[in-house]
Ligand binder design. Structure first.
Ligand code: HSE
Length: 344
């Protein structure tokens, strides 16, 4: 058997904790899948005082300076210091696995030029969409992507539909480890806009910045609107969608939309996500699954770790690297009626 694949973990919050548990409790199965043990040998956390962990807790700079690591896993979130740590690890020849959608959306193309960058967990957690777009569908031509890309807001809208207040529904999502540290990232749609930017770059092979995507969050969706929609046969969902018909511009936005009650997207409940991909040759594909939550995100991080340990190509990272020097594409919002009528 090959030597252990040695890993340092940056961040021990909900996702980091779930990943560390999985690496310990599922070690035999993971070794079998990777063809070698995956050894968690160091952890960096922002506030180490009194923390217990399954590997030594060390300062981030010390972990980055130690030469034995094959890879680092970044699950801290936020642009800094995550960006600095990732850049430093890639420049030192390590593989990097991240769940950080804000960072990948904004800096992924540049970072991926430095070395193998893997980010399956950055979009829709457990749904294997990132490598699917970059690898499985690499020779296809994708015309549109329509998705529910944020579990927190989907869960809030569903709970409000069942009579819960916005505040209680948000508190419940936070308790379940779905929401971002600052839930404005969820409810104001920064999070799904970043995820959509990543999907657009992978699917359309054009560089964009997440700030180019118009976003409307769910703060203004009230119980009356939800009830009114229901009476007319619609469910309100926060829809992230993008389409391109030619090489000149991309239409993309994130906003609450009225989804007909019998459409597959309407049935995507709670913290689930769904992504419909319209591909010229593969046809219409729908991916659905847990889009948020510690175990779901850890599952995707682990998939990347196993690929890294097996020296599988980092297809999505390589694709982003090809976009690093491209000028950003023009991005305009979608029409108010497409793919579904706007709800606000
Ligand atoms: N806050 C995110 C969500 C976590 O609710 O979808 C998963 O990316």
């Amino acid at each position: 058997m090959r030597a252990p694949f040695r890993v340092a973990l940056f961040g021990l919050g909900n996702v980091g904790g779930a990943l560390a548990r999985r690496l310990v409790e599922d070690a035999d199965r993971i070794t079998m899948a990777a063809g070698r043990p995956i050894a968690l040998e160091g952890i960096a956390v922002a506030h180490p005082e009194g923390r217990r962990a399954p590997a030594p807790i060390l300062p981030a700079a010390q972990l980055l300076a130690q030469p034995q690591f094959d890879a680092i896993v970044e699950v801290m979130g936020g642009l800094e210091p995550a960006s600095t740590y990732i850049r430093s690890a890639l420049q030192a020849g390590r593989q990097v696995i991240t769940a950080n959608k804000q960072l990948v959306a904004a800096q992924g193309p540049r970072l991926a030029c430095l070395g193998p960058l893997r980010f399956e967990a950055s979009v829709a957690s457990a749904i294997p969409i990132v490598e699917t777009l970059a690898d499985t569908l690499s020779a296809d031509r994708i015309g549109s992507i329509t998705g529910i890309l944020n579990g927190t807001t989907n869960s809030i809208l569903a709970a409000m539909g069942d009579g819960a207040s916005y505040a209680d529904a948000l508190a419940d999502a936070q308790r379940r480890g779905l929401a971002e540290a600052d839930p404005s990232a969820d409810v104001d749609a920064h999070d799904p806009a970043a995820k959509l930017a990543i999907l657009v770059m992978l699917a359309f092979r054009r560089r964009i910045d997440p700030s180019q995507i118009e976003r409307v969050g769910i703060r203004d969706v009230g119980p009356e609107q939800i009830e009114n929609g229901r009476q007319r046969g619609f469910v309100i969902k926060l829809i992230a969608a993008a389409t391109t018909h030619d090489d000149t511009r991309i239409q993309a936005d994130v906003r609450p939309r009225l989804v007909p009650i019998d459409a597959p997207m309407a049935r995507v409940d709670g913290a689930m996500n769904a992504i419909a991909v319209d591909a010229e040759y593969a046809g219409s594909l729908i991916f659905e699954g847990p889009g948020a939550g510690p175990d779901a995100a850890a599952s995707a991080v682990l998939a990347d770790l196993i690929r890294a340990a097996k020296d599988a190509p980092a297809s999505a990272g390589s694709l982003l690297a090809t976009l690093a020097d491209a000028s950003p594409a023009t991005v305009v919002p979608l029409a108010a009626t497409i793919p579904y009528p706007a709800a606000s």
